[in-house]
Ligand binder design. Structure first.
Ligand code: UD1
Length: 418
């Protein structure tokens, strides 16, 4: 079992080029299954979730070759429309293949994704939208069988909540459907716009990707293309939060500045100096952070991202004053707080609220990562703490951060994988 050993107390300084976005690359890889011909995806991050997506593609009969941050996916007729439970359970986002396989082959069988470390992960909105597009959906002992009886048809779908996964799955179902699909109250995350950008490059007819109303006119075929995956805004937020926690002066290049605005505007209120240009972000943090006077409420984009809640909290554990968080997206998103408390933080969690009273210093401890972003938050806290922190369970972190220890080392942090 691998661990990170972090020796805290070093300021972070230097320039880091950000990895490509995991949450963008995964649905784009699923979308590539819809195309005839080769799709070449550049800036595709080297992550365990990307390998899992690549195994699903190979299992359903697409060829996926991956090396040097480029995935080449050759899709032809699918050889199976049933994705085995073992592959579905390797990563929760595997549900994104449902829309792609159903859209391409007219049928798909997957097992229910079940719960995960963030709490229950229902897919009722995904399925309700697919039903509206003409799919028959039955549940056989945890296996969901979707059948289109020919081609899916366009439909007007209003999501009760702007779910990222449901929006992506419905886009994937709709691009080859017969007629026009309108998705209202769609998620507006930049990764949705990136997925639509890829699909348009493959010949899809989509208007409004990244806006709350998306209109998709089904086309007969999609062709391959070459596409560069957008930069990872959550990895960007994480490295900035690390520099805020440890102090320092860093520059991120290849950053998605506009998509990171909801995070940057909050981080700036802690007293960090932040300057950004087109795709670069400069951060300097010379003194103790100030607590946030406004509550940090996680919301769908363009609100504050739930994926950046834990890393910001890690930085604020040693701020001057008390900060309050309100987690509105997932039920179990405060699992990192126990580890931060073990390191000396003062955090009280009451349901969706967490109250963080800033302490002077954190100290090293033996802790365990329990989820992806929570694990990254522990690494951020450890970089600012006195002494040595040992973080186990780092397979969670490897799902979303491309060699985190190398990135942190480039910035001068002392972190080793053992
Ligand atoms: C995606 C991101 C994840 C991010 C989240 C919110 C990927 C691979 N993952 O997850 O990193 O934290 O968006 O920005 O892109 N819900 C339902 N029914 C549904 C679908 C969702 O009740 O059918 C609920 C979920 O339980 C959750 C909320 O809606 O409480 C948001 O979920 P959603 O936006 O779908 O997140 P994911 O797509 O799973």
């Amino acid at each position: 079992m691998q661990k990170f050993i972090v020796r805290g107390g070093r300021r972070l300084c230097g320039e880091l080029t950000l990895q490509g976005s995991k949450n963008s690359a995964l649905p784009i890889m699923a979308a590539a299954a819809l195309c005839d011909g080769d799709c070449v995806l550049k800036n595709c991050p080297e992550l365990t979730d990307i390998y899992a997506a690549s195994r699903i593609l190979n299992c359903i009969g697409c060829k996926c070759r991956y090396s040097a941050n480029t995935a080449v996916i050759t899709a032809s007729e699918l050889t199976t429309t049933a994705i085995p439970a073992s592959l579905m359970q390797e990563m929760r986002s595997s549900i994104i293949f449902l829309g792609a396989v159903l859209g391409k082959a007219g049928e798909c069988t997957v097992c229910l994704p079940g719960g995960c470390e963030l709490g229950p992960r229902p897919i009722d909105m995904h399925l309700a939208g697919m039903r509206k597009m003409g799919a028959d959906i039955s549940d056989y002992g945890g296996n969901i069988v979707c059948r289109a009886h020919g081609r899916l048809h366009g439909a007007k779908i209003s999501l009760p909540f702007p779910s990222v996964g449901a929006t992506e799955n419905l886009i994937l179902s709709a691009v080859n459907a017969d007629g026009e699909t309108v998705i209202n109250n769609a998620a507006r995350e930049p990764e949705i716009a990136d997925l639509c950008g890829f699909l348009r490059a493959c010949g899809a007819d989509i208007a409004g990707g990244g806006e709350s109303s998306i209109v998709i006119r089904g086309v007969e075929r999609l062709h391959g293309c070459e596409y560069t995956v957008m930069p990872d805004r959550i990895a960007g937020a994480t490295y900035l939060a690390m520099a805020a926690a440890a102090g320092g002066e860093i520059i991120l290049t290849n950053a998605c500045v506009q998509g990171m605005e909801p995070f940057l505007s909050v981080l700036e209120q802690t007293g960090c100096s932040i300057y950004s240009s087109e795709d670069r972000i400069y951060l300097r943090c010379g003194s103790r952070l100030k607590a946030l006077s406004d509550r940090v409420r996680t919301m769908p984009h363009p609100g504050f991202p739930t994926d950046a809640q834990a890393v910001l909290m890690a930085a604020l554990t040693t701020a001057e004053g008390t900060s309050v968080f309100e987690e509105n997206i997932f039920d179990c998103r405060y699992r990192h707080t126990d580890a931060l408390v073990k390191m000396g933080a003062d955090i009280q969690v009451m349901g969706k609220i967490a109250v963080v009273k800033g302490v002077n210093r954190l100290h090293g401890a033996k802790i365990e990562a329990t989820d992806l972003r929570g694990g990254a938050a522990m690494a951020a806290a450890a970089l600012g703490a006195d002494g040595i922190t040992e973080i186990s369970g780092i397979s969670h972190i490897d799902r979303g951060y491309e060699r985190l220890e190398e990135a942190v080392s480039i910035l001068g942090g002392d972190i080793k994988r053992v």
